[in-house]
Write a protein that binds this ligand. Structure first.
Ligand code: ZN
Length: 191
């Protein structure tokens, strides 16, 4: 009988622990115009980095840990929500500029807006089907990589030249991608 309350008591500490605050930890820090990974800087506050989004001081943590992923944390909680996304975005941009290469994704059409092969209906309602466009993923060498150049009414993250001409590059950071990568990493570890 007296064991009955125990599970309730035991579950209390974890139930009372706040879940990881989104944005409190950030994967990259900003210093002197560059975006750094935790393993590339001195430890703790000595890293000299600020958050790429809110520019508050960061501390580098778990740099040599085998159990925890190296990361930065805000020195004090600034309720920053975008440090993570902004950091990944800036690091990706820096990487493309410095490596001057990019794997462009394969394109296989869009079932609703741009079917592949293309289809059109004539005045009599007959459907005409065009040729299939084969556009595989490709490793591209880039030249003249430029950040944030205004082109007409919009500003792509990067503009570069490749063998086919001008390439406009947009970097998208989403949780869906993170989850997919996480799954990929886990499956690799499991092999
Ligand atoms: Zn921040």
């Amino acid at each position: 009988m007296d064991t009955f309350p125990e599970p309730f008591t035991l579950s209390n500490p974890s139930a009372g622990t706040p879940t990881a605050r989104r944005g409190f930890r950030v994967p990259f820090g900003l210093r002197e115009g560059r975006v750094w990974a935790p393993g590339e800087v001195a430890k703790g506050l000595g890293c000299g980095c600020v958050c790429p989004a809110c520019h508050a001081p960061l501390i580098a943590k778990a740099q040599t840990s085998r159990r925890r992923r190296p990361h930065f944390a805000h020195l004090t909680d600034t309720h920053c929500e975008t440090g993570r996304e902004t950091g990944i975005h800036l690091r990706a941009k820096q990487l493309i500029v410095e490596r001057a290469e990019l794997l462009t994704p394969a394109w296989n059409g869009d079932r609703l807006d741009m079917p592949n092969p293309a289809q059109a209906r004539d005045d009599e309602g007959r459907i005409h089907v065009g040729s299939r466009v084969d556009f595989p993923a490709m490793q591209r060498r880039l030249a003249d990589v430029e950040a944030e150049r205004q082109i007409g009414g919009f500003r792509p993250d990067l503009v570069a030249q490749d063998d086919d001409g001008e390439l406009l590059i947009e970097i998208r950071v989403t949780h869906a991608v993170d989850d997919a990568k996480e799954g990929l990493n886990n499956s690799r570890k499991a092999v």
